[in-house]
Design a protein around this ligand. Sequence first.
Ligand code: PYC
Length: 335
Amino acid sequence: MAPITDAPLRVRCVDSHTEGEPTRTLVDGLPGLSGDPCTVRAALDDAWAPIVRAFMLEPRGYAWLVGAVVLPPTLPGASFGVVFFNNVGTLGMCGHGTIGVVRTLSALGRLAPGEHVIETPVGSVVARLHPDGRVSVRNVPSRVAQRGVAVEVPGHGIVHGDVAWGGNWFFICHDHGMSIAVDRVQELTAFCMRVRAAYDAAGLRGDDGAPIDHVELSIDAHRAGAPLAPTHGGAGQQVGLGADARNFVLCPGSEWDRSPCGTGTSARVACLAAEGRLAPGATWVQESVLGTRFEATYELIGADIVPTITGSAHVTFDGWMLIDPADPLARLDAR
Ligand code: PYC
């Protein structure tokens, strides 16, 4: 057997988790892959898709892992570029992933505290690395495209959802009648898959015709239409004390987000802003099904709703991922 150092593809990967959701950062990029984030995204969705799968799926990864390839900057003033991917392909943006990448690069001594412009396929975002290690991400402008769309879910009945953009497309549903609890994740996953199949079959799309590939079930601590109350999480509520809402987010590969989902929280903030329920600068505490949290605010820049998400990440692994060309479960020739 050849020594492992002879493996032709050796890629340094640093794993982290952001509020429970993992990110695998390819900190030095992928040999042979270059360009701006849109070009790299297209390559990862095409000729490089088998390599993405080799990093994300078993035996090297697992289905709910999110990957991030770090790229040299292409725009003046940017610190770096990034493209995110998961078990089924690339993502436009990823909030928990951006926090994970920033924390990772800082742990490696490659990023100083302060503000950093990061290029993504859907636009530049600005990350602030705080002295205490927390990271705030000013996301791309977010918006609600359609409100209260009725969808008939076979065997369940009608549910309503807001179609909103936060760097990815979301169908955000409140009248789901489900308990958002960690011991219900299988049920929640199955339900979200049925909701997604139902609105896909009905032809519901984002406002650029893109598939709405994330489903977000939400339970608010406050009744819709009521002013935000200072006490949350009272008896009978499923939202933890101090949080404004708890969510369950199903990602495109039918895995659930362990974090409150940065792009999903941004999409939700856009809905709250459109409903007049959250003022610019006010804080929205978004809780995940695990009980981990992001803090979200937004700025109004002209007509744009620009959310900022804050959370923490921790590095869990630093090493080299090897792909042996003789491995029948990884096709290096696909590049
Ligand atoms: O945090 O934006 C996010 C995200 C998207 C998919 C998984 N996490």
